[in-house]
Ligand binder design. Structure first.
Ligand SMILES: [Zn+2]
Ligand SMILES: [Zn+2]
Ligand SMILES: [Zn+2]
Length: 382
């Protein structure tokens, strides 16, 4: 396209103030490679099983983004699956027994990796007359994946409860639970912005200030990180801003409120919050008080405070009657903190970290046993 515009007037003005000329062009806003890749991934990318990586928690990743995997080709079973969804192939969310067997058998079926969170999968196959046909199906999640992550304590549930977890499996909730593993979050995030009052920003600021920038659930102060303290509507009605309906919650506590799966929390924020909590706890609870708390209360507290990505492991530890771990433990050398463990049994020098890195190597050198979540699951509960 070409425009003829007379800029002489502007040129004269510019000359008057002796401004120098700089060249510029009109361009469409360009997407970053990550943005572009996220859009592609939401559409689904065909690949081989060997292209998919497994992270420290046993989650599936492709180019550092969390993915789920499925086989779109349903062959002659397509019609049957479209009629009765339970006959569809299961989608995978973790490095499960099924995928490991597939790899061993060197089965090279085409998989599709996606981070689409709607739960609708594009599948294809052939109809009774051998014609190629496509369809959209709500596939079910693979139970071996749920087992391997101990998702929602899956391993220790009764048949009926397991069925409930499978039928109610929500990809959005799942991604949100493990968001601290990933630097980039899937697609565009929905926000809570609809339904808010115009004056919300001010109301929220004033309310949090009146609470001295402290989380009303876990008690930490976020005076230095105000953006990590949210104002939550207790009854869920966004324009009901009566003081009794508001609650100041840190982003971690907020993301754990029912129906708040849309809040994704980055690892660095969870770690910061964990560290603030453990400092607060040390200053508040003396050893003898701690012993007075009963064990089930202590375990619930651990689940409440821990990163949701380690909850599967915590439930296994509770079920197998391990001692209660500490959450978000700063690891010291002298007076300086050089690492943080998600879970730790400091008296036994055992720690679980989200990602093993050179800090964990340093811990090992200093006598700690350090496990990733996946390793702990395999070593302790194989
Ligand atoms: Zn699986
Ligand atoms: Zn909190
Ligand atoms: Zn809320």
């Amino acid at each position: 396209m070409h425009f003829d515009v007379d800029f002489s007037e502007l040129k004269n003005l510019a000359d008057k103030i002796s401004a120098s000329e700089s060249k510029w062009t009109l361009r469409q806003k360009e997407l970053s490679p990550v943005e572009r890749f996220k859009i592609e991934l939401a559409e689904g990318i065909e690949l081989n099983l060997s292209d998919v990586a497994v992270n420290d928690s046993g989650l599936l990743t492709f180019k550092d983004l969390q993915v789920i995997l499925y086989i779109p080709d349903h062959g002659v079973s397509l019609e049957k699956a479209l009629k009765v969804p339970k006959f569809g192939k299961k989608f995978h969310i973790a490095d499960c027994k099924t995928l490991r067997e597939m790899r061993l058998k060197r089965r090279y079926e085409r998989y599709v990796a996606t981070n689409d969170m709607t739960g609708n999968f594009k599948i294809y196959g052939t109809d009774d007359f051998g014609q190629k046909k496509e369809g959209i199906l709500r596939l079910k999640v693979c139970q071996n994946c749920l087992e391997s992550l101990n998702y929602k304590n899956f391993r220790n549930l009764q048949y009926i409860q397991k069925k409930r977890v499978v039928d109610g499996f929500d990809i959005h909730e799942f991604f949100s639970k493990y968001s601290s593993y990933f630097e980039y979050l899937p697609q565009k995030q929905e926000t809570e912005s609809f339904g808010y009052d115009d004056k919300w920003d001010q109301i929220s600021y004033d309310y949090r200030q009146s609470k001295n920038w402290e989380c009303e659930k876990c008690g930490i102060s976020l005076k230095d990180n105000k953006q990590l303290l949210h104002t939550h509507h207790i009854n869920g009605v966004k324009h009901d801003n009566a003081k009794e309906n508001l609650k100041a919650l840190c982003i971690d506590c907020h993301s754990k409120e029912p129906g708040h799966n849309y809040i994704f929390v980055l690892r660095k924020y969870r770690q910061l919050i964990a560290s603030l909590r453990s400092k607060l706890k040390k200053s508040r609870i003396r050893e003898q008080d701690k012993r007075l708390l009963n064990e089930s209360f202590q375990w619930n507290d651990v689940v409440d405070m821990a990163d949701p990505a380690v909850c599967g492991l915590i439930e296994m530890c509770r079920f197998h009657k391990h001692p209660v771990p500490e959450v978000g433990v700063d690891i010291f050398h002298g007076n300086s903190v050089y690492a943080q463990a998600e879970l730790a049994w400091p008296d036994k020098k055992i720690a679980v970290v989200l990602l093993k890195d050179n800090h964990s190597d340093l811990m090992v050198k200093r006598g700690w046993k350090v496990y990733s979540v996946k390793e702990a699951m395999e070593y302790w509960f194989a």
